[in-house]
Write a protein that binds this ligand. Structure first.
Ligand code: TXA
Ligand code: MG
Length: 325
């Protein structure tokens, strides 16, 4: 079983030895390994049971450490690094040969970010290599926002979990691609698109719920998903169809009097609070073994867009695997 601790040096030692560790970030916990070492990258895919077509984000301590990893970033990307790093923003840029194809699933572009957590920044500063770091959950399941979440699911597969407390933001980073002529949001996340547009002007967003073509291969329609089936709907409209003892309600801010299983994302109505509590709420309701979780949409603005994106994907229908399709 993984040791849980707060010792940066232990995490660094494991990573230098080519092993994986879980690290805290402000968004979600990540499963970290040497981004330049194909053996470590292969372990990341294996531990997460993640398909190799879904590329990894490469994390560095500061923009200067991108030298050699990406070609000269466009000015707009540099402005965003200056303004939002360290922070929940990932930029997709053309890569150099130094970045292994395994990290980018063969794409000519690499996703990069500087995470905002003091322990993980200390780890990155101590290392002579960048870290590939997907969320530290089995592929497709709900992301972890505490060290305990990681221990529950990956504890048997990694030696060390660096415990940095609960994640302050609670949803993954916004992924913004600078590969085409105009910047495109591949995944809404911790930095609201409105905040990015204030700095660099209009940004394209793919249609709601889409897999964004081949732009971000990991953004599958069914993702971030508990084991219990989910519906993304006003709970009042759906409750009548179920035995209420078997239904969990994930509401935005209201309470449902006399309903046995419920979790309010934001008792105060603040979207920041809803984002922080999102994955804890999903995990709690999933642990009850119910027939269905009814998840209420939150206001679709700012951080709310990332929350609704995750709830929509968590509620996508499961398709039976059909060979040769
Ligand atoms: O907040 C976060 O971004 C967290 C923390 C740990 O940093 N990491 C995270 O990684 O969410 P992951 O692997 O769970 O999600 C990465 C997303 C996927 O949707 C992936 O397809 C996309 O970023 N991505 C990675 N590299 C890409 C690339 N070269 N081109 C397009 N999309 C890419
Ligand atoms: Mg993930």
């Amino acid at each position: 079983m993984a040791t849980l601790g707060t010792d940066v040096d232990t995490a660094v030692a494991h990573l230098r030895a080519g092993e994986l560790v879980a690290l805290p970030t402000e968004t979600v916990y990540g499963l970290a390994g040497n981004a330049l070492d194909t053996a470590a990258l292969a372990q990341i895919f294996a531990v997460k049971e993640r398909p190799r077509f879904d590329p990894l984000i490469v994390h560095v301590a500061a923009p200067e450490q991108l030298t050699g990893l990406v070609a000269d970033p466009p000015v707009a990307a540099q402005v965003l690094m200056e303004k939002f790093w360290p922070g929940p923003l990932t930029l997709v840029l053309p890569k150099t040969d130094l970045v292994p194809d395994l990290a980018t699933s063969g794409l000519p572009n690499v996703a990069v970010r500087v995470p905002n957590h003091p322990l993980t920044l200390a780890v990155l500063r101590a290392l002579a290599f960048p870290l590939a770091m997907p969320s530290a959950n089995p592929f497709g399941y709900v992301s972890p926002t505490t060290a305990a979440h990681v221990a529950q699911q990956l504890g048997g597969k990694i030696p060390y979990i660096l415990d940095g407390g609960p994640c302050a933001v609670g949803v993954e980073s916004t992924v913004l691609s600078f590969v085409g002529n105009t910047p495109v949001v591949l995944r809404p996340g911790g930095v609201p698109v409105e905040a990015l547009e204030k700095v660099i002007g209009p940004i394209e967003s793919p249609p709601t719920g889409s897999a964004v073509g081949s732009g971000s291969p990991g953004q599958l329609p069914l993702h971030y998903s508990p084991h219990t089936p989910m519906e993304f709907i006003d709970p009042c409209k759906a409750l009548a169809g179920y035995n209420k003892a078997r239904v969990g309600i994930l509401s935005y801010m209201r309470r449902f009097p006399n309903h046995p299983h419920q979790f309010q994302l934001a008792p105060t109505g603040a979207l920041r609070e809803a984002a922080q509590r999102l994955y804890t709420g999903l995990r709690y309701l999933d642990s009850l073994g119910l027939e269905v979780i009814l998840a209420e949409p939150v206001p679709d603005t700012g951080l709310g867009r990332a929350i609704n994106d995750r709830l929509r994907r968590a509620s996508a229908k499961r398709h039976k695997f059909e060979p040769n399709t």
